[in-house]
Design a protein around this ligand. Structure first.
Ligand SMILES: [Zn+2]
Length: 143
């Protein structure tokens, strides 16, 4: 992460690509979304949580994540004894995202490395605009 892949050779980038994929595969099970932890009043007038000064039932977690389509989000209550596990799963997802971003960078650098030096160093080799037939029918590739 944060490395300059543009200076690497095709061979180095292919090795980095393979390593990055291994790292992605090694990320433990993860989940997206976010976790809120709080106390909640159940609403029963007879319950102790209805007394003034009581913070309510809990703590307990609510894990939510946005989803496509109707509803827009999905939620699940998380018992207090599973909060650490869920936090770890969320961290794993952040790690996964970082690794994927890195993997994308490596792949793009690899594509560039395979097509030659950066464009700035050989501007003359860039394909020239076709001249002389602007607006006319293309003649290349038509049979
Ligand atoms: Zn209650």
């Amino acid at each position: 992460m944060g490395r300059d892949y543009s200076a690497m050779t095709v061979r180095e980038l292919e090795a980095a690509r393979s390593l990055a994929l291994d790292r992605i595969g090694a990320v433990p099970a993860f989940r997206r979304g976010s976790l809120q932890v709080g106390y909640r009043k159940c609403g029963k007038a007879s319950c102790r949580c209805a007394r003034p000064g009581e913070q309510g039932h809990g703590p307990r977690g609510l894990w939510t994540r946005t989803v496509k389509g109707p509803g827009g989000s999905r939620g699940q209550y998380i018992p207090v004894e599973q909060l650490d596990q869920v936090r770890a799963e969320l961290d794993n997802y952040a790690q996964f995202e970082d690794l994927v971003a890195d993997y994308v960078e490596i792949n793009e650098a690899l594509c560039k490395a395979k097509t030659g030096p950066p464009a700035g160093r050989r501007k003359r080799a860039a394909p020239a605009e076709p001249s002389g037939n602007k607006g006319g029918p293309a003649t290349i590739g038509r049979h």
